[in-house]
Design a protein around this ligand. Sequence first.
Ligand code: CA
Length: 377
Amino acid sequence: MRVRKVDACALRGQLSQPFSFSQFSYDVREAMLVRVTTEDGRVGWGEAYGPAVVTAAIVGDFLGPLLIGRDPRAVESNWEMLYARSLDYGQKGVMLAAISALDIACWDLKAQDAGTPLYRLLGAPPVESIQCYWTGFYFGGDEPLERRWEREARDCLEQGFQAAKMKVGLGVARDAELVAAVRGFLGSEVKLSIDANHAYMPTDAIELARRVEGLGIHWFEEPVSPLDPEAYLQVKSQTSIPIAGGECEATRFGFERWFRLRALDYAQPDLCACGGITEGIKIATLGSLTGVHVTPHAWGTAIGQAAALHFYAARPRHPSTLVPESKLIECDRTENPYREDIIEQPMRLENGRWYLPDSPGLGVRIRPKAFEPYLAD
Ligand code: CA
């Protein structure tokens, strides 16, 4: 099996209503998907996180051509070759997102060739489904947030979710009010996490953590700058709420410092940014040395979501226990015009659980000509 062609597809979809988080506002959604076609006509798909036209240029003009003629199943050597060729220019960020997309596409092909769903190839036992948490409760809109979020909480519960994540970052006092409101809307049984997208200095993050500690917060995500792992440690040492982060980090080399410092309770590599499945496995293994739970960040299309799901299904719990805490995977519920529109069959999501696809590879089929309304370039 040899790679004949690599295509990079930058997608862009207009939102009906903008939404925002602590850093900026969205009015479009972007994703970059790669299609790797082999000489015998098989197709593997991958996805990159981040600005789509930038990662598309990296794949289209630089990294993609390097894969032509290579065996996509040789995931380790392909990854090392791509990383070695780009190391001098970018060890994380868009360069690693582009490598991630290519790596996921290679794994898709490798599992298709093996005739097995990817998670089984990655060493998992047969698994039916994994519990998801609802990612939503974003800012924006003219309506008071409490009113909109009350409706959103109702949707979340009606769809059977037992876990959710809300945004914070509007200032400590307002955040504390909103977290109490959402806790009230969801009730005490639902796992509720908060995500500041690195809006705070350590002192403010600690203050917010203390104010919401009594509300049973599952984790506090990206409380402070991802450039400063010591600041995470500072927050972590001052609160009983577990600390999560890592969606801005990439590769085992990047995560090693976080793990060595014990700066996180939950590490959240994004498979579409951290270096793909090949590197995600190494990051998770490294995390297990210091008792960090690795739970993937997931944002984007069904390709990225499926990659996270297959990867996570195959990760063992560490430390092991007779009664492990349920795995919990991210499920973005914000508006995305193309998320479902580009695929033939959405992944089965029922009662807040995602069901592993049982067809070979990633198990996500893209509709022919699905991209036409969304092509960004
Ligand atoms: Ca986040």
